[in-house]
Ligand binder design. Structure first.
Ligand code: AHM
Ligand code: MG
Length: 336
């Protein structure tokens, strides 16, 4: 591990965000403070996730969200936590969430800030009730609309290449906060005794090639022949190429966290049921693509770079092939 000042063991996430001044050269400190508020939201959600079985937080609320999915109590709790922390913080002008159909305005009397936040409050929520890993995903853009006014939908419909910072929190055997503000990808592990995330993975680089593929193979018969051809190819030993093993947790944050550290490829292609793929561009695919690219990996829709897709709707979906650079290149090539 490099021993720069920012890479020293014992560096808290709070300190790291402050020292790096991600909003330099403008350096108003607003992006720094917005990231610190996300640090707080992550601690609150993480604490509730770890006590969910005791706090009566397992199970469904009885509601169905904009995606037609049944809402879990923890989905709602996580969404409310992020909204409340960020709206009062003064650095965002509008938010977009997987759990909310329309853009989330910043209510009066709170100031309307320079940034736009998109998030999936609790991704992989099917894993909640079985104590398997879940996560929160976020990305931050600069606003496009005039300063000081309420943010609008077009502030949210920006391509991933214009993200200024993005990351995720994985709630697993330990909780980790992983983020990039365009200056490397850094991982922090939560110490529950102290109540802080501490730097544990400085400047993460994804291996150029891995040995696992991660996909819901139960959809095999719903895939296009091109996707089937790639999956048949990737798990076969062939002319010097080893056979890849399958790893699938069913929560994108957890599957991509493993992929980031170990290499390999995660994919959710289009299929007969999900004709545009399942994962949402703005608060799932783009933030994770930003992190993986900044770690040296790649993210493709199968036909182009995820970060270059021009969004047209808040909840639009996209096929994804994300991970080690050479593994993503192979997938695109084999699918033709
Ligand atoms: P969610 O946001 O409603 O939890 O759904 C997204 C999740 C991803 O985390 C995961 O990669 C995918 O859905 C799993 O889907 P499937 O169960 O179809 O394999
Ligand atoms: Mg999700």
């Amino acid at each position: 591990m490099p021993t720069t000042r920012h890479g020293l063991p014992g560096t808290t996430l709070e300190r790291h965000i402050m020292d790096r001044q991600p909003d330099a050269p403008q350096a108003t400190g607003e992006l720094t403070r917005l990231l610190q508020q996300l640090n707080l939201a992550a601690k609150i959600i993480g604490s509730r996730v770890s006590r969910a079985g005791l706090a009566g937080m397992l199970g469904l609320t009885g509601d169905v969200n904009v995606q037609g999915e049944r809402v879990q109590k923890l989905d709602e709790y996580a969404n409310q936590t992020i909204v409340r922390v960020i709206e009062a913080g003064g650095y965002c002008c509008v938010m977009g969430s997987e759990e909310v159909a329309e853009p989330i305005p910043i209510p009066d009397p709170y100031p309307k800030g320079r940034y736009v936040l998109q998030f999936d409050p609790l991704d992989g929520s099917g894993n909640i009730d079985i104590n398997a890993s879940i996560g929160t995903i976020f990305s931050i853009h600069r606003r496009k609309s005039p300063a000081g006014e309420a943010g609008v939908l077009s502030d949210l419909l920006q391509p991933g290449r214009d993200i200024v910072a993005a990351g995720y929190i994985v709630y697993g055997s330990s909780n980790m906060f992983v983020y990039s503000a365009g200056d490397g990808v850094h991982g922090f592990t939560y110490d529950p005794g102290v109540g802080e995330f501490f730097l544990s993975h400085n400047d993460i680089r994804i291996p150029e090639r891995g040995s696992t593929y991660s996909i819901n193979e139960g959809n095999y018969h719903k895939w296009t022949p091109e996707v089937r051809r790639w999956v048949d190819w990737v798990k076969r030993a062939d002319e010097g190429k080893k056979a890849y093993s399958l790893r699938y947790i069913g929560a994108m944050v957890a599957d991509l966290h493993r992929t980031l550290l170990r290499g390999g490829i995660f994919a959710y292609p289009a299929d007969l049921k999900n004709t545009h793929g399942k994962l949402r561009l703005l608060y799932e695919a783009s933030p994770m693509a930003f992190v993986i690219e900044h770690a040296g990996g790649a993210a493709s829709t199968g036909t182009g770079r995820v970060l270059d897709v021009e969004p047209t709707a808040l909840h639009q979906r996209t096929p994804v092939f994300i991970g080690s650079k050479l593994d993503v290149e192979d997938a695109v090539r084999v699918m033709g």
